[in-house]
Design a protein around this ligand. Structure first.
Ligand SMILES: NC(=O)c1ccc[n+]([C@@H]2O[C@H](COP(=O)([O-])OP(=O)(O)OC[C@H]3O[C@@H](n4cnc5c(N)ncnc54)[C@H](O)[C@@H]3O)[C@@H](O)[C@H]2O)c1
Length: 343
């Protein structure tokens, strides 16, 4: 059964379609020039589903999430004679969605666009919420826009062709959603993680649906991240720096970052040790990394430059229990003092 989740914000409305199929994409497209943008891996697996449309192919990996790729897409849009009536469809994981949302939003000051979200991480997080952007000078998501895709098709069948490590990586954002906002989802994951890992449809649908609902509610309350939306960054202040230094997958870095943030929460007397252990056990059971031999000076340096820094302080997202996050501003010096206990 297809579940529809609506997101209404100042920059537009978006419908997330859980359980819809790529094969039904046409039902959501306007009668106008359609341009599909995807990466070479998705193209290899699924090109027959969108071979009738104008196509722009990009590469994979964080190294393609740059302004150069945006310029390449804009050139191709000119070549296809795209105009303000054209419709752009991004088909791919978080990287394709982040790039396509940005390119569509700046071409001729903004074309309509939608996504077919193909990785677990993008279905639960990256394709939802209207943040689109690219990395700049090695810093994650430094340049971008807020713009909502008209639709996000989340085809659960497509998750079966996803590399196992990529699939597992997506669970990090589900655990994050549960940890910051939904203790019931956390309990569910503790009991049912193996079913979800085995692609049990009911378990996968429930986990994705609950995560998207959490993100939708937070984004509707604070689209531009003035306050509450910051809680979605639980684990991410550490993760973005870890990702930059070690080049590991986003979800893997988020998993390590969440453990560091949980230990920081415990250190600040907010979170009980049993809760930190519960988080660690769940992440380990799922197959996510929880520790890394970290070069601490490098990490602190990267964090200093993180875009989430508010003047002298960084807004850390800490937990006071599983299911509740709080925004906790700290100076880099304060973090430096405890960094050995976090790694
Ligand atoms: N905008 C946001 O709010 C937001 C939120 C979270 C993460 N992100 C971003 O998302 C990115 C990570 O996304 P990701 O984990 O999806 O990585 P990704 O887009 O790199 O996809 C991972 C790999 O899986 C392949 N793939 C995707 N779907 C597939 C499928 N169905 N079958 C076979 N292969 C498939 C891709 O081609 C790629 O090689 C990061 O850049 C992160 O910063 C953005």
């Amino acid at each position: 059964m297809i579940e529809k989740i609506q997101i209404s914000t100042d920059t537009g409305n978006s419908t997330v379609l859980l359980g819809e199929g790529l094969s039904n994409l046409i039902a959501y497209l306007p009668d106008t020039k359609i341009i599909v943008i995807t990466d070479n891996v998705i193209l290899k697996h699924y090109h027959t589903y969108f071979s009738e449309y104008n196509l722009i192919e990009i590469g994979t990996g964080e190294q393609v999430k740059t302004l150069d790729t945006i310029a390449y897409i804009l050139e191709k849009l000119v070549e296809f004679e795209a105009d303000r009536t054209s419709f752009i469809v991004g088909i791919g994981g978080g990287i394709v969605c982040d790039i396509v949302g940005f390119a569509a939003s700046v071409f001729m000051r903004g074309l309509r666009f939608g996504f077919v979200s193909t990785s677990l991480l993008s279905q639960v997080d990256a394709s939802v919420g209207g943040k689109n952007g690219v990395n700049f000078q090695g810093y994650k998501n430094m340049v971008g826009v807020f713009a909502q895709p008209e639709f996000v098709i989340c085809d659960f069948e497509m998750l079966k062709t996803l590399d196992e490590k990529e699939f597992i990586s997506g669970f990090a954002e589900i655990v994050k959603a549960a940890a910051i906002r939904n203790a019931k989802l956390f309990d569910f994951l503790e009991t049912n993680y193996s079913k979800a890992l085995a692609h049990d449809l009911e378990a996968i649908h429930y986990a994705i649906s609950e995560s998207v609902k959490i993100k939708a509610a937070v984004v509707e309350a604070d689209e531009k991240e003035k306050g509450e939306r910051k809680i979605l960054n639980f684990g991410h202040t550490f993760a973005h720096s870890i990702e930059k230094i070690y080049g590991i997958r986003h979800g893997e870095a988020v998993s390590i970052g969440m453990m560091m943030a949980a230990r920081l929460s415990q250190f600040k007397g907010l979170l009980k040790e049993e809760e930190v252990t519960r988080l660690e056990k769940l992440l380990v059971n799922i197959g996510l990394p929880v520790r890394l031999e970290i070069d601490k000076p490098k990490l602190l340096d990267a964090m200093k430059k993180d875009k989430k820094r508010d003047s002298e302080k960084i807004n850390f997202i800490l937990l006071d229990k599983i299911g509740n996050a709080i925004i906790y501003p700290m100076t880099i010096k304060e973090v430096e003092e405890v960094i050995n206990d976090l790694c």
